[in-house]
Design a protein around this ligand. Structure first.
Ligand SMILES: Nc1ncnc2c1ncn2[C@@H]1O[C@H](COP(=O)(O)OP(=O)(O)OP(=O)(O)O)[C@@H](O)[C@H]1O
Length: 263
């Protein structure tokens, strides 16, 4: 357990508060055991931890997709009882509807909310253009590359204009070049949108590169073992940042903390 007084203060209020959340799956697997964590508004917070420690479980509980066995989650001060319009989820496997066109996929969250056809198509078109897929509106997921499908998943999450965007290893299925491009685009979103992002990745380098705050999780049943704020100075050449000794020191520090869980 970490000392709460040791958590550095990001100068924004928490938008998501996880309070003593536990999760035991049917069959008795205890994924989370009394985990407490705040996520600052307008920032990107990453959950990083050993495989199977419960990162996806925590993300899904925050999303309201699965119930916690104990504890509470508050989003913008309101207790989570299920999915809600202020939260959007970007899935690792994109979770697109294969039988629906790009525009229908992107507009799907709005369709569920009963937004009129013309309005939701107009919003979806804007988001599709924004993620660089203009001209692909009438294509189907099987006609797109993995990177393009992930852009559709991102456009769908952005179309509903949620305050909190939950991203479960969103870049794990794309090649390294695309991944780095996505990381830059994600940083732009965080800087320009005022949304709060909760991000799960397996990559220490990625976590350090994109995060304002990293919550290191222990082995299952998961608890927070450290909170790290990389404080990367942005705006310069990404290649230089990745060679910067301050950046590399944070990566190494996290590696030293996580490697014990690999044994
Ligand atoms: N629906 C389920 N029923 C039973 N056990 C589950 C279920 N979903 C996840 N688990 C188990 O709960 C634990 C935590 O799973 P979870 O997917 O949250 O971990 P994770 O940290 O996201 O893993 P990874 O890093 O490998 O993606 C694992 O042991 C997993 O096998």
């Amino acid at each position: 357990m970490i000392d709460p007084a040791a958590i550095p203060a990001l100068a924004t209020r928490p938008i998501v508060e996880v309070k003593s959340v536990s999760k035991t799956y049917a069959g008795g697997i205890e994924a989370l055991s009394g985990i407490s964590l705040d996520f600052p508004e307008g920032r990107l917070t990453t959950l990083l931890g050993p495989s199977g420690c419960g990162k996806t479980t925590l993300l899904k509980i925050i999303a309201g997709l699965i119930p916690a066995s104990g504890g509470q989650v508050f989003v913008d001060g309101r207790e989570v009882k299920g999915p809600g319009p202020e939260r959007a989820f970007v899935f690792q496997d994109f979770a697109l509807m294969p039988w629906a066109s790009v525009i229908r996929n992107v507009a799907f969250g709005l369709e569920l909310r009963g937004v009129a056809h013309s309005e939701r198509e107009a919003i979806a078109e804007r988001q599709i253009a924004r993620v660089g897929l203009k001209g692909f509106e009438r294509k189907y997921p099987h006609e797109l590359s993995g990177g393009m499908r992930q852009r559709v998943g991102l456009a769908r999450a952005l179309a509903v204009d949620a305050k909190v965007v939950l991203m479960d290893e969103p870049f794990s299925a794309v090649d390294e070049q695309t991944r780095r491009k996505f990381q830059e685009e994600l940083l732009e979103l965080v800087a320009n949108e005022g949304k709060s992002f909760i991000f799960v990745t397996h990559s220490i380098e990625e976590a350090v590169y994109v995060s304002d705050r990293i919550a290191l999780l222990s082995r299952r049943p998961s608890r927070v073992s450290a909170i790290i704020e990389p404080k990367i100075v942005r705006g310069g050449d990404p290649e230089k940042i990745r060679r910067n000794s301050a950046y590399l020191d944070v990566v190494e520090d996290i590696w030293q903390q996580l490697k014990h869980y690999l044994d």
